[in-house]
Structures are given as C-alpha cells and as structure tokens.
Design a protein around this ligand. Sequence first.
Ligand code: DLL
Length: 436
Amino acid sequence: MATLFWEEEIETLPRVGLESIQLKRLQRLVARMYARVQPYRRKMEEKGVRPDDIRTLADLQKLPFTIKDDLRDNYPFGLFATPLEEVIRVHASSGTTGKPTVVGYTWKDIELWASIMARALTCAGAHHGDMVHNAYGYGLFTGGLGAHYGAEKLGATVIPVSGGNTKRQITIMRDFGSTVLLSTPSYALNLAEAMEAMNTDPASLSLRVGIFGAEPWSENMREEVERKLNIKAVDIYGLSEVMGPGVAMECLQTTRGMHIFEDHFLPEIIDPDTGEVLPAGEQGELVFTTLTKEAFPIIRYRTKDISRLIYETCECGRTLVRMEKVTGRTDDMLIIRGVNVFPSQIEHVLMGIKGVEPHYQIVVEREANLDTMLVQVEVSEAIFSDEIRKLEKLTKNIEAEIKDMLGVTCTVKLVEPRTIQRSEGKAQRVIDKRKI
Ligand code: DLL
C-alpha cells in the first residue's frame, strides 16, 4: 500500500499554521537577501522598503519583483546569497540572448530539494520499492538530477536513462520492470509509439504511473498518454530559477491543479501588465518567492507562466493550494521537446550569417508526437540564384549553428526574397501549429 504523504503534518496543516511558518521564513529571507545580495538590496532601496517593513504576508507586495533579466544582468553568480565555495552544484537554463541563467545549490539545498521531490513523487503514488525510469535529461537541465535525487530519497530504485535512444528505453523498461516513468509528456507519447513499432504491449509492462512536466500539455494529451501507455498520468511543475522540478505536483485524487509546496514556495498571481496582485482564483502570471533556499533564494520571481490558484480543499487531504495547469506564457518562449527556445536566439544565429535577410519565420508542429521546428529564412537575390550545392551547404550550416546554440534540431528552408509576410505591427515570428 502506497504512503499518501511524505510529510503529512505539514502537507495537511490548516492555513493559519502554514501562514505563520511562511511569514517567519519570509522575514528571515528578506533580511538575508538585504544583507547578502547587493543587486536585490539596491532594488529594495529604490523602492524604499526595508526588511522590518515585512510584518504580514500581505507586505510581500511591497517588495520588488525579480525577472529573468536580473539573472542575466548578474550572470553567472551575481545573485547567489552564499559564497561560491558553499555552492556544490549549478544548473542552468536558456535565456533570451543565448546566455543561460545560472542557479546554484548548497548541500542543504540539494538535501531539501531531494525531500521536496520525494514529497512530489509520493503525491503521485510512487513509493519505496518502485523502479523509477527517469527519462528527464541529465545535465545542466534540472529535470534529470532533480528527479533522480528525489527518487533515491524516496527509497525507490532509479534508472537514470535520461532522454533519447527510445528503443533501448523500452527494452530497459521491459527487462528491469520500470513502474514509474518520468519524462516530458511529448516524450511519453514518443515512447508509446516506439512500443507499438516494437510490438510491445504496454499492458505486459509493469508501468503504473507517469509523472510528466517541463512543458505544457493538455487534458487531451493526458487521455492519450494514459490510454497508450496503460498508466495514470500526472502533472509536475517546476522551474530552475525557483528550484527545478517539484515546485508543484498533482495528486492522484484530482485532475484540477497541482499542489504547490507552499512551506517552501510562496505563490502569487499578478496582472502581467500592471504587476498588481490579483484576487484569489483569478487567472494571471504566476510569481514565486522561495522561502527556504540558501544559495539561490529568489523574491517575487515572475515566471511568465499563466495559471490560477485554487484554494478549495482537495480530496487527498492536502491543504496546500493548487495551481491550475499552465495554460500559456506571457512571453514568446517556445518549448521544443522540453528545451526552452526563444525566437530571439534563432534570430541571433541567423543575423550572424552573411547573405541572410532579417526576415524569418519559425513554424513549430507536432509530428508523430515529436515537436518539429522549421525555420524559413529569406536570403539575398544573389545567394538565391546561386548553385543548388551552395544553397544546400548554407542550409546545413545554419541548421548546425542553431543546433549548437539551442541543442535542438531544426530544418532550415531558404526562401526567395520577399516571400515571408511583412507585418504591420509586431512581426509574427512564430507559427505554432501544435494542438496540445
Ligand atoms: O522545466 C523544470 C522541470 C523539469 C519541471 C522536469 C518539471 C519536470 P526550466 O527548464 O527552467 O525548468 O523551465 C521552466 O517550463 O516556467 C514553464 O513554462 C515550463 N513548465 C515546467 N513544468 C511545466 C508543466 C523545468 N508541468 C518552464 N506544465 C516553466 C507547463 C511547464 N509548463
């Protein structure tokens, strides 16, 4: 019988108790950031707010926001709140200029993350003795290692397969008896297809539950993945700036939202245009303050993810607020096969190549459950009338540079001058045809 809770007392605490913990932690955090993180202290000074102005949780609204640009401006380690010698790991994710945003963890942060992830896995019904097939990418991305440590903490057996090599993944799943699958939802569908091609009946496997996240996915996709893999599929949310996977997790009792682990991450929903905090239950941009992190705490981080908070009690018994499935982003960041891609990064590559015009369009589609990206770009008249061999060479060259920059494969198509539609206002750089 699976344990329902990892830390029952805190997960089922009445709100007053929870809020009193949150306030104490918030006050400690603000004092620490003010003392140790110069760029944040300056922001507080500009707003005329001091640590002792934070007397209630509502006073959080007096504090300045943090945005991705703040991380970039202080690249790589300028927002760390501990000396670098105490940082035992870094992770990174891509930013708008191609410079990654870097985050760090102390030994205690890693410990805490592992136990928060163990909590998340328990929430999804995973337990000691499970065979956890971890197909999130290992590396600078937080998915692989983040989930890995959590599953170990849980006492499960981790199979650190990482992404790719799909056929081999299925053989491993069958031979090792994987019971829990961790991957992006699109990769899960890819695995399902490969199973079909290999004549492997999912019902003959031991898989019970899939924990999918790192990119948006719809209810339709959930149904498809559940049917094709013969499992229960649940949603996991997280972002590197706040920690990584495990900021919020769906439980088995509801399909409406993920429980936010509020004793560690304080959520707000704001109006993305005005920055004002919206009343409970309204849809807007999700903002997080980390309450317990040491190396890289963050105050009021604007995620750009659109969601809403659900305060109704949940059948599972957790009192932790839920966030609705992320419905979109306030910016133009694309997530291609789990990798964050900004159109501006592609532009950056294109504009560095001679003969390429500043007119391009990115077409994203989902074929056979995998995201595909086509970059159509205009070239000068002279180049377009060049020999086919030269054009092919240029195409391959651009594809390689984009792959280098983003880590994502794309197809490049060189088009004649003036074939890409000109805009009358903002250019439509991205056509996202994925139906998710
Ligand atoms: O994607 C962390 C993660 C790994 C989460 C594994 C879940 C599982 P980043 O690479 O920093 O971190 O990307 C964070 O991904 O702001 C969202 O836009 C998106 N995202 C993450 N989880 C979900 C989800 C990881 N469940 C960005 N639904 C976030 C929709 C998600 N979008």
